[in-house]
Design a protein around this ligand. Structure first.
Ligand code: THU
Length: 160
């Protein structure tokens, strides 16, 4: 038996002021997107903002449905829209946050497994890492690539 240790590196910040202006703006756009979420069932409003290499920001939020599985997470709404509008422009970063009736979350939440897989496919498609910025009021967590959250990622090479 060989033990394998898999490490991830994340960076935690205490305040938005510690980030570049563009990343502050990206997080602001994710917060703005959360406010427009359609989440009447979970009441968990998630907002995502995708920064493209052309500096454009695309927003998305969770869209729920009375037939529960028909909804979609904020991250996938934003990523799929970005890739449908600009199939050849790499995504540089994605910011994610959420709010409840108590206000914005205090600790950041990572994207769900399906969203991580979709962000990963975009990263592989462009060949450039996508920075992941997770905003909570008390902490902002940043990863230099989605692979930090999904080190044993399934990808198209495995289909051969
Ligand atoms: N949700 C997201 O939008 N992104 C995630 O990564 C996790 C979960 C949404 C789905 C559902 O509308 C609500 O949050 C509660 O799970």
């Amino acid at each position: 038996m060989i033990k394998r240790e898999i490490k991830s590196i994340l960076f935690d910040y205490n305040s938005l002021a510690e980030l570049d202006e563009k990343y502050q703006e990206l997080i602001q756009k994710a917060k703005e997107a959360a406010e427009n979420a359609y989440a009447p069932y979970s009441k968990f409003n998630v907002g995502a903002a995708v920064l493209l290499e052309n500096n454009e920001i695309i927003q998305g939020n969770n869209q729920e449905n009375a037939a529960y599985p028909s909804g979609l997470c904020a991250e996938r709404v934003a990523i799929f829209y970005a890739n449908s509008k600009y199939p050849n422009i790499p995504i540089k970063a994605i910011a994610v946050t959420a709010s409840t009736e108590k206000g914005f979350i205090t600790d950041p939440i990572p994207p769900c497994g399906s969203c991580l897989q979709v962000i990963l496919e975009s990263e592989k498609r462009s060949g450039k890492p996508i920075e992941v910025l997770l905003y909570g009021q008390n902490k902002i967590t940043i990863a230099d690539s989605v692979i930090q959250f999904l080190p044993l990622y399934f990808n198209k090479e495995m289909l051969k």
